[in-house]
Design a binder for this molecule. Sequence first.
Ligand code: NDP
Length: 292
Amino acid sequence: MTATRIDGKPVAEALRARIGRDVAAFVQATGIVPGLTVVLVGDDPASQVYVRNKGKHTTDAGMKSDTILLPADTDQQTVLATIARLNADPAVHGILLQLPLPAHLDPLSAINAIDPDKDVDGLHPVNAGRLAQGLPGFVPCTPLGCMLLLEGVIPDFSGLEAVVVGRSNLVGKPIAQLLLGRNCTVTMAHSRTRDLAAVCRRADILVAAVGKAEMIRGGWVKPGAVVIDVGINRFPSTTGGKDRLVGDVAYAEAAEVARAITPVPGGVGLMTVACLLSNTLDAARRRHGVSG
Ligand code: NDP
């Protein structure tokens, strides 16, 4: 079997185009422009690229984009005061604190300071709780993107065995909750899981969110499974060009066995920003009582 390649590009483009139309309708109905503010502390080059990219897509979709740059030696009090100011600003509908923060800062207390109704990254414990209880709230963007890609190839999730490798608050746990919400039988695997290969071989849906290049081999994939590779492992170019990006799944091997699989790059990564735009528009709609 050679798997269908689940290409994130057209799905992300279609979503961004739809959001652009919905933003225009929202602005026309309310006279209010949805606004996203990103807080970036320090000068991590990868974070700078991500933040620029988010800003460009936000303005392309017709929303207001702001970035607050704080120096690397900013103290926790200043970060909290910045977040408090954004919480109180009615023109800001979404707040995103770019992670990772410099090591001397505490990311949890900073995330907890964000108004849950402006937490478009879905990382506040209130939003994690809402997701766990099946209540409306903000869901982290990468897991949302994974579900949209899965929906393109799986007509009915009910009863399928899903294995999620990785249990971070950002990716693994919310994906597992979303799959559970769709009536999958979900197993969460992690670094202490015994016989991970055998656990993965049970999966009709296998999600890899580990951060270890090509850890998941073709022999770990159940024939006919759908594989979502969230991993982004970066290797500097040896020729001075762009970094090489590699997923957590050994793509060529897995594609021999799976029914469908996301590539890295070109799969899940492209969906994350599109889902951030979607969450920002939702935040503005909820604040102003406009249904989607
Ligand atoms: P974390 O480092 O927070 O979590 C990694 C998880 O993998 C942990 O739960 C850890 O287990 C588990 N793990 C580590 N080693 C093993 C192993 N040998 N066997 C089984 N499980 C293992 O990473 P994130 O969740 O933030 O990110 C995961 C990957 O996804 C990364 O490559 C990241 O770059 C990528 N990513 C991609 C995004 C995108 O837009 N496409 C967005 C966000 C992340 P334990 O809990 O036991 O330590």
